[in-house]
Design a protein around this ligand. Sequence first.
Ligand SMILES: O=C(O)CCC(=O)C(=O)O
Ligand SMILES: [Fe+2]
Length: 293
Amino acid sequence: MIVNFANEARDWIAQNLMRGCQPETVVRELVGNKVEGELAVAMVQSVLNALIYGEPMPAGKLDLDAPPAQYVPDPSRLGRVSVLKTGKRDVPVLARLQRPSAALLGNVLDAEECRQLIAQAKPRLAASTVVDPITGLDRVADHRSSAGMFFKPGETPLVARIEKRIAELTGLPVEHGEGLQILHYPTGAESTPHYDFLMPANESNKASIARSGQRIATFIMYLNDVDAGGETGFPHVGWSVLPRRGQALFFEYGNAARKTDPMSLHTGAAVLAGEKWIATKWVRERAFIPASA
Ligand SMILES: O=C(O)CCC(=O)C(=O)O
Ligand SMILES: [Fe+2]
């Protein structure tokens, strides 16, 4: 059955979802406003499918019989070996998750590399920004009380060496990587639940996706041990990765069908004691071309 779905209602739902409201909360609000329950679920689901799975945004009509969007992960780019090799380095696979597709890796960076990355980044840290989902403009994050900086691809010999290592480990070409981001979380700082892929509904993301394709994978390297807290968490599956110096978490959320995985929602839990330093590489479908190029 096809029903009318006013663009105003659709935009209200989209804004709330992009602000981080839980879909169930948005459904409850709609039901409180006298929208019939099943219809409310279908309305919210259709907007979520557009925001997260890259389905077309509903425009004026809603098909209540449309099948739910599905995400089927491709096989992990890491394969099934227990130790990955890059140069003289052995990188053991310490743990794997099926959904979202993820692996924890040991011995990715040595202590001196971690120390140098922190030292090179420290003088250049600025309060983290997020892209405002409504305006598309950068603003200082209210929820992500960390400070960060980006290296340009290949900016220093150390950065270039690490980028080459990531490419050899993951099979993803060096050129597909965005500039390496260093993030520092002081005690108390956290990063609230978010996706790393770009919301295609956001105007400012459209140009970026057109240039370089969607983000499909994230490689987070932990640069120090954290005394308490600071885990990278996947709330939909209840998995937490503890920051350990030199280890890395690789997760993939884009498949060959060009869908994105809603299970890849993740957080940086609040640092409870000590501080946390990470280096993150986000990887695109195609060669990364920054906005200014
Ligand atoms: O701090 C963390 O563990 C997560 C960081 C993160 O989500 C990111 O860099 O995209
Ligand atoms: Fe993230």
